[in-house]
Ligand binder design. Structure first.
Ligand code: ZN
Length: 177
């Protein structure tokens, strides 16, 4: 950030009095512009023993596979965002969405939230941001071509939990990418 969105004056990085972090502070109106982590919301769509993955048609990680997910929008819930991203990227509908994994990635100031849900029917196709959309069993998953650590970790938890049929919420911190 270079200029204040309130008054257009220049901003400087400083620690405001009583604060602990560097902030962009306006030289003119002294507004403190807080920047906080972004939430990525997505789904783990399940159909029998298979999960739905999308091959990315956009950077970053073009051509690698991911679960349908994206930046949460203002004025929506986590579940609404997950369902929206699933519709946009895979033209698929998920039901009974349940919180499943929460992954903090502090190096990029992101929190990835995945909700587990049932694919309503086997109707899906590639959306604008996908090259392909496919269902995979555990053995078929292209483990070396998964786009993001949070996605890989969510998939690993899922296939591990399937053995017991119990799906607790997993909280994971990824320190390195
Ligand atoms: Zn200002």
């Amino acid at each position: 950030m270079n200029f204040c969105s309130e008054c257009g004056d220049k901003v400087s990085l400083k620690i405001p009095e009583g604060d602990t972090h560097l902030r962009h502070v306006c030289d003119g109106c002294e507004t403190i512009h807080y920047v906080n982590p972004k939430i990525i919301t997505g789904s783990l769509p399940i159909s029998g023993d298979r999960v739905l993955l999308c091959k990315r048609a956009i950077e970053p990680r073009y051509g690698l596979w991911t679960l349908p997910a994206g930046f949460m929008e203002n004025e929506e819930t986590v579940a609404e965002g997950a369902a929206r991203e699933t519709q946009e990227e895979a033209h698929a509908e998920v039901s009974d969405l349940q919180l499943y994994t929460v992954t903090s990635v502090p190096s990029v100031s992101q929190v990835h939230v995945f909700m587990k849900g049932d694919l309503v029917d086997d109707s899906y196709s590639a959306g604008e941001e996908s090259l392909e959309v496919e269902l995979f069993t555990e053995d078929e998953i292209p483990w070396d071509d998964i786009a993001f650590s949070a996605v890989k970790s969510t998939l690993k938890h899922y296939f591990e939990d399937r053995k017991t049929g119990v799906f607790p919420v997993h909280t994971t911190d990824i320190r390195h990418r």
